[in-house]
Write a protein that binds this ligand. Structure first.
Ligand SMILES: Nc1ncnc2c1ncn2[C@@H]1O[C@H](COP(=O)(O)OP(=O)(O)OP(=O)(O)O)[C@@H](O)[C@H]1O
Ligand SMILES: [Mg+2]
Length: 440
């Protein structure tokens, strides 16, 4: 995160820089609008904090330039007391916030952070829309994946609430987008909100929006994500991280299908298909009383549980082929495939990061690959993952290590590795299971 501070008074400039840097924020400084323009020609910043009155080019002119020609970076304006008409002008020109000097530095920090958070959120939502417009594909041939595909096709026609669960990187978001894309709502928005990524105090206003004047800093009405998604699909991602005190409110919204903006009195009817996703064990959270049981039942109408990748190793070859094609397009490469021994190695790896990890692995391999067929060397697997079974004893340790080493030497070829170890293939397979080397 980088902030550009535009301020002609050196003392004020230095004291703000000190505070921001203590917060771990990078700061660039300029003494007026012209200097700021020069910096912005080469640098991208998260936020601009600018004084109003400055010799050379003042804050309002900088704002105007930003609106018309410059980058669309959010701006916080500061000025001395008594220039309230300028404040109004600054807000009209698109400044996100306005601070009157002298201000309390803690208040300054809170306001600056709020603007940054709001923008990051906005970007997340927008990138969500872009992604959903792109053709998404659900790749998988395993029995589990075919069953999920059939379920998705069936429930896409309804508007029932769905709960998607499974470990990180298994494709929960892909499924949510698939439901949207194959539903009658596909011409409407798919909006995703990541409840784990939003500071707790912002969750409510992001979901439900607010009216002008609802709280300090609410300069204009803001439409919440529930309202944005009207007639479309709303993905409540990482629902397990929903703050407890808001769970009751969400439950009411789900039941009544109406929302109220913060500070508002009007009940607004909404027609949204809700999909919730999480990699946490909601049943367990319910038992621990950190997730409301009634909300859980309200969400758990249709349950889609996506198994980890190592439990459906049949999907690894198709997914690998799919990712190779995707990255060929993206990198302008002409990789034709993967060597069988390398593929076998992939199928024996337990992928703690699931499909996302496979995708990253193939991406890296394609960048490194020297020939047009990926080899196990290109894959550079972070050694065969071993389940964290308690080690039994030294002899077992030695055997386990020997087996893993042999497999690595033979690039996953079990027949060769067994031969080298002086055991037969069946024994090797049994030992792999005993030692918790996954997926073989
Ligand atoms: N069946 C699939 N077909 C094609 N691509 C997939 C599939 N499953 C997952 N992916 C890809 O893997 C990556 C991770 O998927 P996704 O973001 O949906 O996972 P997730 O379960 O939501 O993970 P997290 O819990 O970390 O949020 C994405 O890039 C997605 O495109
Ligand atoms: Mg996700």
């Amino acid at each position: 995160m980088k902030i550009l501070l535009v301020e002609d008074n050196r003392e004020i400039r230095n004291s703000i820089v000190t505070v921001l840097e203590l917060e771990g924020i990078n700061v660039l400084t300029a003494e007026n609008g012209l200097a700021a323009q020069r910096i912005l020609a080469n640098e991208t910043v998260t936020l601009i904090v600018t004084d109003l009155k400055m010799p050379g080019m003042d804050g309002l002119s900088l704002l105007k330039w930003l609106q018309h020609e410059g980058p669309s970076t959010p701006v916080v304006m500061m000025s001395a007391y008594g220039e309230i008409s300028d404040a109004v002008e600054a807000m009209k020109l698109g400044a996100e916030d306005y601070l009157v000097k002298p201000f309390d530095i803690q208040e300054f920090l809170i306001r600056v952070k709020r603007v940054i958070e709001k923008h990051e959120l906005q970007e997340r939502v927008e990138s969500g829309w872009r992604k959903s417009a792109n053709g998404i594909q659900w790749i998988g041939e395993s029995l589990q994946m075919r069953q999920i595909k059939r379920l998705v096709e069936k429930i896409a026609l309804t508007s029932s609430t769905a709960l998607i669960t499974g470990p990180s990187g298994v494709g929960k978001e892909v499924i949510a987008r698939m439901i949207h894309a194959s539903s009658p709502r596909s011409s409407r928005l798919f909006v995703a909100i990541n409840l784990a990524g939003i500071p707790e105090h912002l969750v409510e206003s992001e979901l439900f929006g607010y009216e002008k004047g609802a709280f300090t800093g609410a300069y204009a009405r803001k439409i919440g994500i529930c309202e944005l998604a009207n007639e479309g699909v709303l993905l409540l991602d990482e629902i397990g991280d929903m703050p407890f005190h808001l769970q009751g409110k969400l439950l009411r919204v789900l039941q009544e299908r109406k929302i109220q903006r913060l500070g508002g009195t009007q009940s607004i009817p909404i027609d949204v298909r809700i999909i919730a996703a999480t990699n946490r064990d909601l049943e367990e959270l319910v038992q621990q009383h950190t997730f409301r049981e009634d909300l859980f039942y309200r969400l758990n109408v249709i349950r889609i549980e996506i198994p980890p990748l190592h439990e459906r190793a049949e999907d690894i070859p198709v997914l690998t082929g799919y990712f190779i094609k995707q990255f060929n397009k993206q990198f302008g490469k002409t990789v034709k495939g993967i060597r069988p021994d390398a593929l076998e190695l992939l199928q024996s790896y337990n992928f703690p990061g699931n499909v996302r990890e496979l995708e990253n692995l193939i991406e890296r391999a394609m960048i490194l690959a020297e020939s047009d067929v990926l080899t196990s060397k290109d894959l550079n697997l972070p050694e065969l993952r071993v389940n964290s079974l308690p080690r039994k004893g030294t002899l077992d340790d030695v055997q386990r290590e020997a087996i893993i080493e042999a497999l690595q030497r033979w690039e996953g070829n079990k027949t060769q590795a067994a031969k080298e170890l002086g055991i037969d293939r069946k024994t090797l397979l049994r030992k792999l299971t005993d030692y918790g080397v996954k997926g073989i």
